[in-house]
Write a protein that binds this ligand. Structure first.
Ligand code: IFM
Length: 445
């Protein structure tokens, strides 16, 4: 049985959350609408028509939830700031009630001896900015920089740990290419311009934090998946390479000063030729103190001539049978380590931290308990693999479980449960699941 102390005294243990998924109070206390408020009101966009208006009611229950983080034994609480709670219209006038809420939350963390990690952007763009083009518009970078500067000056005296963006691949691909997340835009042109503005935002954000926050520890986080070719044929290998560019490399390499991986995907080269700012490597580069890795599954990729642009398709692996979570995501701790190693190989990475990892299951409440053995096994296996990799020399400095309470899982609504704590969305009652109790024991040993 592994235990937290095996990872060393300096290893950071946290639990991660995001404002739009937990806070609620979406239409009160001066908050402006975010793209998720608007999107979730559109018919058919969210499973069962769920909306994040109340969510976990964290806005009102933050003290109890922070106490749960403490009780489970974590040292870090990661949360994000709702941009439209601070700037209801994205920039311009601020909302004093919103500003005060995060002061209360930070104070509560510090009072409980928890280290706050703030994510600046976890997908909930102010609707007012989306109306001006959102992440596809160059003006987003000015507004984002105003927001980052404000938060850094307001909270930077007490918060030293910052994460600029959460999963740029996630919000640009699902929200601006496939249209299945807010704001529901589609197409390659929207996608690539969103990718580029997000790349500028992450580097600019890092620079602003460095200038504004004394002794800051600054990171940004990436969703990343190991991309496995279906066979060793040239066509499958090249298809896998293109998807690796699309899902992983295109987001991290500009940051490392390497520019976009245009040599390995001709579509990127075409965009770079058309848009001169794509070659402005200097603005896209920033040396973060840590890179956040968020991994949930690997993908097996096969060449498919009928798929436009990437000519690649995800298929079931021919040579490995692995279990899946309730989201249909393959559980594969080896692959979790492989993708961390892929990122660790970039020469400019100072350190890596797992800033999200977890699993959704169809939990059942019985006699006030949730026996989620599958989730416990998931954490045990991933942490055992991580410990081994760390002992073998991988520079990983922390792990944050996704997530504290069951919450609003974007297009899945409240139907996908990832929490260590069960949420009854009618009564807001919390029940610590067996996986929460498991963490409590693991962290205290
Ligand atoms: O819930 C999300 C989170 O907001 C971003 N990373 C993946 C999680 C599970 O889908």
């Amino acid at each position: 049985m592994i235990k937290a102390s095996d990872f060393g005294n300096d290893f950071v243990w946290g639990v991660a959350t995001a404002a739009a998924q937990i806070e609620g109070a979406a239409e009160t206390y001066g908050r402006g609408a975010s793209i998720w408020d608007t999107f979730s009101k559109r018919s058919g966009k969210i499973k069962k028509g769920h909306q994040p208006i109340v969510a976990c009611d964290f806005y009102h229950r933050y003290k109890d939830d922070v106490a749960l983080v403490k009780m489970l034994g974590f040292g870090v609480f990661r949360f994000s700031i709702s941009w439209s709670r601070i700037f209801p219209l994205g920039d311009g006038a601020v909302n004093p009630e919103g500003i005060a809420f995060y002061h209360r939350l930070i104070d509560e963390c510090l009072a409980q001896n928890l280290v706050p990690y703030i994510t600046l952007y976890h997908w909930d763009l102010p609707q007012a900015l989306e109306d001006e083009g959102g992440w596809t518009a160059y003006s987003i970078n000015d507004s984002f920089n105003i927001f980052v500067t404000f938060c850094a000056r307001e909270y930077g005296d007490r918060v030293k740990n910052w994460i600029v963006l959460n999963e740029p691949f996630g919000f640009t691909s699902l929200g601006y290419m496939l249209g299945i997340h807010a704001p529901g835009k589609t197409g390659l042109t929207n996608f690539f311009s969103a990718v580029h503005h997000a790349a500028i935002a992450q580097a600019d954000g890092g620079r602003i934090l460095r200038a504004e926050v004394k002794n800051a520890h600054i990171g940004t986080s990436f969703s990343c998946s190991e991309i496995l070719p279906y066979t060793q044929s040239d066509s499958d290998l090249l298809a896998a390479k293109r998807i690796d560019c699309l899902m992983n490399r295109m987001f991290v390499e500009p940051l490392m000063g390497l520019g976009y991986p245009t040599a390995d995907w001709d579509v990127l080269e075409k965009f770079a030729v058309q848009h001169s700012t794509w070659r402005h490597t200097e603005r896209l580069t920033f040396e973060f103190d840590f890179i956040g890795i968020q991994n949930y599954f690997p993908l097996t990729i096969k060449y498919n001539a009928f798929i436009p642009v990437v000519q690649a398709w995800e298929v079931k692996a021919a040579n490995r049978k692995k279990p899946h979570t309730a989201m249909g995501w393959e559980i594969n701790p080896d692959s979790f380590i492989n993708i961390i190693k892929q990122y660790a190989a970039y020469p400019k990475i100072k350190s890596l931290m797992v800033t999200e990892n977890g699993a959704a299951y169809h939990d059942k409440v019985s006699e006030h308990q949730v026996h989620d053995e599958a989730r416990i096994a998931y954490f045990e296996q991933h942490l055992a693999a991580l410990l081994k990799a760390k002992q073998d020399g991988l520079n990983v400095t922390g792990y944050m479980a996704w997530t504290l309470t069951d919450n609003f899982e974007w297009a899945e609504g409240f139907n996908a449960r990832f929490g260590l704590v069960h949420t009854d969305f009618k009564t807001q009652e919390r029940i610590v699941k067996d996986s929460g109790h498991w963490f409590q024991k693991f962290l205290n040993r």
